[in-house]
Design a protein around this ligand. Structure first.
Ligand code: C2O
Ligand code: CU
Ligand code: CU
Length: 575
């Protein structure tokens, strides 16, 4: 992070030189339909005898693993016992915006938030974490994050390991910075300590058969290049949001912050041996946080002295023990075909351009802050309005020196291309995070289905937590216009309304409208009910209307002349 903070950080231990000595912690599981999570202050001893203050859910760090079944209706009771506000976001989930747990669903201290919804996602590995405006990094770094396993009736037909903690293991991979007082610090350039499921220098006993690892890259900003010692092959079976169409044989798997993948390793015949899971960070391309070089500013204290950056390091040692009963002994040859949308079906294409915010006082080409389409996140702005059931193509263009893991709520997407070329095999499936390297252009396709809300937005953002907290985030609304006859009017022209969103007044740019008499202005709500009509004359081609007593929400404004209907939409914010 910024140089001013560097004086108080010491690198306590370099993970590279440590021999695995702690049994990997396997979190408890919770099953539904009701899940109770208590977010609490706690502490943990990572470096005896020093006590490190932490946050945890139902424990001192991280959370139980939630096991969900697709199709079930569930309720999650999230009780906030911190003395500060938080939120809880179900990352990767297709839920309505009020259940999403973004910055708008604040859980005040000593209160419980209880979203109820149907599980609609496909079987895969997801996660949950706080999303409080400007505080995500602080709260995640202090320990708040958990893994979610969704099961479904398709995945369960394949011969895959799925006995939790026996042949199917959660691996929440994080790197943490400790300060000189053994406090977990959200200054991520100093994150030299690797933890898996909260365990430093872990080892795990695994049976000599096919095992399944559910990998979650959950550092504040670090990307991992997973691989096995000796370049032993492994098999990727899922992307973020579901099974791939077939296992992909790999020796390296790159996951950036927020991404998940499930892999199979065939340990048959290896009883008595051990094997390291590593991050081959020396092979990461420049620009990716975790590689040897990020951007042109190499004066950043912390990054270049952090032994994890640009070096290969151990993550976890497997000690291979005897086979279990009824082991899985082979890798499936194929799964169900994927069903991406076709480019020709797209209703809308959008560009999201990542830039450096050079207008802030302390900007750095490497540290940011960064912007999307030249806008910094604002709690009251809507950046994108999408229509329910529209298929959209989003083009992500990174003009900065740093790779950004882009994430979008509500939906899973399919990558169309990366710099014009098809994505690597392991990224063909459903995704909700994609790493956009410096200079890259990535296109994905998605459909905004099931949920629409005219006032509560979803988020899209960079999943590097301090980029997100510092404004590299936007809102999108999914709006249902099918109840409104307005969309059926054919020969309508768009009209400029500003400011938009707005609280008190709305200006209409009516310069181009030719009418000798006053203009008839009508405003409709999303149900198609007329709630305002007025005849007005223009001043300087502008019409001002007072909307201060409207309820918050989305409105349509129509001006009818003899020949044309002019239509615009605006968002009225709460006063
Ligand atoms: Cu993992 Cu907007 O979040
Ligand atoms: Cu998310
Ligand atoms: Cu970023």
């Amino acid at each position: 992070m910024k140089n001013v903070f560097c004086f108080c950080y010491t690198i306590l231990i370099s993970s590279i030189y440590i021999q695995a000595q702690n049994p990997l912690y396997i979190p408890d599981t919770l099953s539904g339909p009701i899940y109770n999570l208590t977010v609490q202050d706690s502490s943990k001893i990572f470096f005896p005898p020093n006590v490190t203050p932490t946050y945890g859910m139902n424990g001192d760090l991280l959370a139980p693993v939630l096991i969900l079944n697709k199709g079930d209706s569930i309720t999650l009771n999230v009780t906030n016992n911190l003395n500060t506000s938080t939120t809880m976001h179900w990352h990767g989930f297709h839920v309505s915006p009020e259940n999403d747990g973004g910055p708008h669903q604040v859980i005040d201290p000593s209160t419980t938030w209880s979203p109820s919804f149907k599980v609609r996602n496909d079987a895969a590995t997801y996660w949950f974490h706080p999303h409080l405006h400007k505080n995500t990094e602080r709260q995640v770094t202090k320990g708040l994050a958990g893994l979610i396993i969704i099961r479904d009736s398709v995945e369960s037909t394949y011969d895959l390991p799925r006995r939790y903690g026996i042949d199917d293991f959660p691996l929440i991979v994080q790197s943490k910075a400790f300060d000189a007082f053994y406090q977990l610090a959200p200054f991520t350039s100093y994150d030299s300590i690797i933890m898996i499921n909260g365990t430093i220098d872990p080892f795990l006993q695994v049976p000599a058969q096919v095992i399944r690892l559910r990998l979650l890259a959950a550092s504040a900003d670090r990307t991992y290049l997973f691989g096995l010692e000796g370049n032993m092959p492994f098999y990727q079976i899922t992307s973020d949001g579901g099974l791939l169409d077939q296992p992909v044989t790999l020796t390296r798997l790159r996951l950036s912050t927020g991404e998940r993948a499930e892999i199979l390793i065939d340990l048959t015949g290896m009883q008595g041996q051990n094997l390291y899971l590593k991050s081959f960070a020396s092979e990461l391309p420049a620009g990716i946080i975790g590689s040897s070089q990020v951007g042109t500013d190499d004066t950043l204290t912390g990054y270049y002295t952090n032994p994890l950056n640009g070096n290969d390091y151990n993550l976890l040692r497997f000690d291979v023990v005897a086979q279990t009963s009824s082991p899985v002994l082979s890798i499936p040859s194929a799964f169900a075909p994927l069903s991406p949308w076709n480019e020709s079906e797209a209703d809308v294409s959008r560009d999201l351009i990542f830039t450096l915010d050079t207008l802030t006082l302390l900007f750095s080409p490497v540290e940011g802050p960064f912007l999307i389409n030249n806008q910094a996140f604002h709690m009251d702005s809507i950046n994108v309005i999408s229509y329910l059931n529209d298929i959209e193509i989003w083009r992500l263009i990174n003009t900065t020196e740093v790779a950004h893991p882009f994430h979008i709520h509500d939906i899973q997407f399919y990558i169309l291309d990366i710099n014009g070329a098809p994505p690597p095999q392991g990224q063909h499936g459903q995704k909700d995070v994609v790493l956009v390297q410096p200079g890259d252009t990535i296109r994905f396709i998605t459909k905004f289905e099931t949920f629409a809300d005219n006032t509560i937005p979803y988020m899209f953002h960079c999943h590097i937590l301090h980029h997100e907290d510092e404004g590299m985030m936007g809102h999108f609304l999914v709006v249902d216009t099918t109840a409104v006859a307005l969309k059926e009017v054919n020969s309508i022209q768009e009209i400029q309304l500003f400011p938009n969103p707005t609280r008190d007044y709305l200006y209409i740019d009516a310069k181009s409208i030719s009418d000798e008499n006053g203009l008839g202005i009508a405003v409709y709500n999303v149900l198609g009910q007329e709630i305002y009509s007025y005849i007005d004359r223009r001043e300087d081609g502008k019409i001002k209307i007072d909307i201060s007593n409207f309820d918050s929400g989305l409105y349509y404004l129509i001006i009818k002349t003899d020949t044309t209907h002019y239509q615009g939409k605006f968002l009225k914010l709460q006063a």
